[in-house]
Design a binder for this molecule. Structure first.
Ligand code: SAM
Length: 233
């Protein structure tokens, strides 16, 4: 996707990209390409792929959410910052926490945040299931893209979401994973309220936004240790 196509496709999502947004993304893209050569941060390496599969794809979250609200948002397994860091560039009022267990990725994210002078954004180098108790029930929105199966993700994310709020899993095809998630969703007192399906522009890749609402406070025993989470799925 060229930059011109990116701007056109964003307009279809009702997003107007300012000069400042585009400049910040361009710097982010340059840093991603540079650091990727040293640290292998992402398999997506060319400029056109980055604009489509990272930047545009991250912003498709707006199909599910009105991001003009003052949300406190957690992005689990953000990797090189997708979707969380792209959302911060376009919606600077959001209070964003980027979480990843990979130290190199967190170092990269801190470099980008400093270069772009972003504020009210925090990076946590920790596994989601090890997040301390003070983070429980504390986020308005939790997101996660391309991290794990839906069942595993539900257990990693829902404990940290406030009651009556939304976890949005950004996935490819999701039907099989949705079928397998019914048991754990019941245990976590949450339910899928919508699935938004679409294709990425320029190619036939399927995408779905699985929108899950948390109905009650999560029982203390969740999330369990990672080996237990995986074993029970
Ligand atoms: N969300 C990014 C994206 O869409 O490009 C990164 C996806 S990458 C395939 C998955 C990321 O999830 C990796 O950076 C990995 O370190 C992280 N991850 C996997 N399991 C995790 C866990 N339990 N806690 C924290 N991070 C995790």
């Amino acid at each position: 996707m060229t930059k011109e196509e990116f701007i056109r496709e964003l307009a279809k999502l009702n997003i107007e990209a300012s000069e400042q947004n585009l400049k910040a993304l361009d710097r982010y893209k340059d840093l991603l390409i540079e650091y990727n050569q040293k640290f292998n941060l992402t398999a997506i390496k060319t400029e056109e792929e980055i604009y489509l599969k990272h930047f545009y794809d991250s912003l498709t979250l707006t199909k599910a959410l009105d991001l003009s609200q003052n949300y406190k948002l957690l992005d689990i397994g953000t990797g090189a910052g997708f979707p969380g860091l792209v959302l911060k560039i376009f919606y600077p009022h959001l209070e964003i926490t980027l979480l990843d267990s990979n130290h190199k990725k967190i170092m990269f994210l801190n470099t980008v945040i400093k270069e772009l002078n972003l504020t009210n954004i925090t990076c946590l180098n920790i596994r989601a299931e090890n997040l301390p108790n003070n983070y429980r029930e504390s986020f308005d929105i939790v997101t996660s893209r391309a991290v794990s199966t839906l069942s595993i993700l539900c257990e990693l994310s829902l404990p940290f979401l406030k009651v009556n709020n939304l976890f949005i899993a950004m996935k490819g095809d999701s039907e099989e994973e949705i079928k397998k998630s019914s048991q754990i969703l019941e245990k976590l007192d949450s339910k899928i309220i919508n699935v938004i399906k679409f294709n990425l522009p320029n190619e036939a890749s399927h995408r779905s936004l699985v929108i899950i609402k948390k109905l009650k406070k999560t029982k203390e025993k969740y999330p369990r240790r990672y080996d237990k989470i995986v074993k029970s799925k």
